[in-house]
Design a protein around this ligand. Sequence first.
Ligand SMILES: Cc1cc2nc3c(=O)[nH]c(=O)nc-3n(C[C@H](O)[C@H](O)[C@H](O)COP(=O)(O)O)c2cc1C
Ligand code: SF4
Ligand code: SF4
Length: 580
Amino acid sequence: MRPVTIKVGLGTCGISAGAKDVYDELERLLKTERSAILDYTSCNGMCFLEPIVEIYQPDKPVQVLTNVKKSDVPAILQGLKTDNFHSSETISEFSAVQKKLILGNCGLINPDRIEDYLERGGYEALRKIVKNNDPEDVIKIIKNSGLRGRGGAGFLTGVKWELAQKAKGKKKYVICNADEGDPGAFMNRAVLEGDPHRVIEGLIISGYAIGADRGYIYVRAEYPLAVQRIKNAILKAKDQHFLGENILGSKFSFELMIKEGAGAFVCGEETALMASIEGKRGMPKLRPPYPAQSGLWGCPTNINNVETLAAVPWIIRNGADEYAKLGKEKNRGTKVFSLAGKIKRSGLAEVELGTSLRKIIYEVGGGTISGEKVKAVQLGGPSGGCLPDRLLDTTVDYESLAATGAIMGSGGIIVMDNDTCIVDIARYFLNFTQQESCGKCTFCRIGTKRMLEILERITEGKSSIKELEKLKDLAEKITSASLCMLGKTAPNPVLTTLKYFEDEYLEHIQDKKCRAGVCKALIKFEIKADKCTGCTLCAKNCPVKAISGQRKQPHFIDQSLCTKCGVCADVCGFGAVEKK
Ligand SMILES: Cc1cc2nc3c(=O)[nH]c(=O)nc-3n(C[C@H](O)[C@H](O)[C@H](O)COP(=O)(O)O)c2cc1C
Ligand code: SF4
Ligand code: SF4
């Protein structure tokens, strides 16, 4: 009889929620109890339920225990004896709309064990293509599948591979772009941590297709667990002859290196990324020439996103037609989105392209934490756009999203409710791109700074209507005069918020009001004398001693000292502190 196995989700999200403590405690107690085998997997997409522990018992359904604490471990082991567990109910709702292709193995296999990947069809695609020995056929399959690059631009992958394959050059390279620098995006990290061999297999296949014998995975050093798991996976793949000289007995040889990036957003841009691999400063270059013609060290290079490459083994194994059945016209397959912000179920959602935003946010994500209506959704990170609730029936495909002014980007979805100030959000994203500008282009370097100053004045109630025109004018100039997409798209969050939420800008400027109560200069805290019992709690907790008053008498906030930290409102048990 197969033994009972307990699996703990040890992805970055799980570990940060305490899963490693749970794992260590299970390990400690199982040393004496020996009632089960302990194993680990990675994130299964349900970050909101971490730490997650799964119990695999022979001939019984898997028990999924969620939000587990170290102190729950003895009861879990006791549950093994009585078969009494408390599985989570939210799981089926979270998974119903999803179609897991890229994330098919994540949260199921042990990412450090190549055997787990092999058991689930891993490296079969590589075996198949080296046996057929027809790189052009591989390109044909990828072209027929309709796969588009998931790094943001949505360029047809097969067409890109063909360009690199046809380019003249003795030496060619392939690169996996795992930089993932957008705030709120963590899809690529989850795939690398949870199923690294899938990406490696996709990259080897891309190398085979274009005639490259060396590849790089460019991953940010801020993803140490992903780096560790890829390193281990490369060693295991070498052991099994999926990498190295004469792969699987064929004439094809392929070496794979890891380059850790220092965490600059601009280094996700392909030409800057290649400069970084070459040991130069990560600055974008004018294209053409495109990487397919002249990339790494001047050689033809193909660069793809993690998710693009992760789709490749599935397509080769199952056929282009099967992949093309998913999604909608011109937008085939699935896309992984990371759900973040004020959403109830934060985590990863893999859905067919063509699914509506409303379905993703409400059916997968469960709506907002507060249960209020969604106010806005930021799509595509700092280069993307902010859409209002009324546009949530827009489907996630490259063209429909572009028509709204937002973009698919790499797949970050940040949900906002009424406690979010739209002007402040625009300021936040512009501040990000401003700081991440490489500085090469004047408009991107200085124009974004001027835009940011205007936004800061608006949030401080010091701006004028005239400055809105200036904001639009600068946005237009930055878009047209910047070299790379970082600059060209930097004004997007401002332009979309102005398009859909202009009334909030006007309120800040004309009425000196921030309806979300976020912009500090436009709010004040006051104590309502009729509600205050004089308990003194706020005065004791105020960090700048701005509150005074006698015990059992109404208290009073000195506005000249108040820093608007809001501690008084948080501690008052009588609802006497009002934010105005
Ligand atoms: C500022 C900036 C950052 C980018 N960051 C990433 C990234 O983190 N990951 C990624 O795959 N593509 C990123 N891209 C897009 C890449 O330049 C490139 O288009 C992509 O890696 C191509 O892969 P794909 O064809 O599979 O989409 C970025 C582009 C810009 C302008
Ligand atoms: S647009 Fe900005 S990030 Fe891009 S090259 Fe110019 S200065 Fe650098
Ligand atoms: S905490 Fe509330 S009730 Fe107590 S003194 Fe402050 S305002 Fe009054």
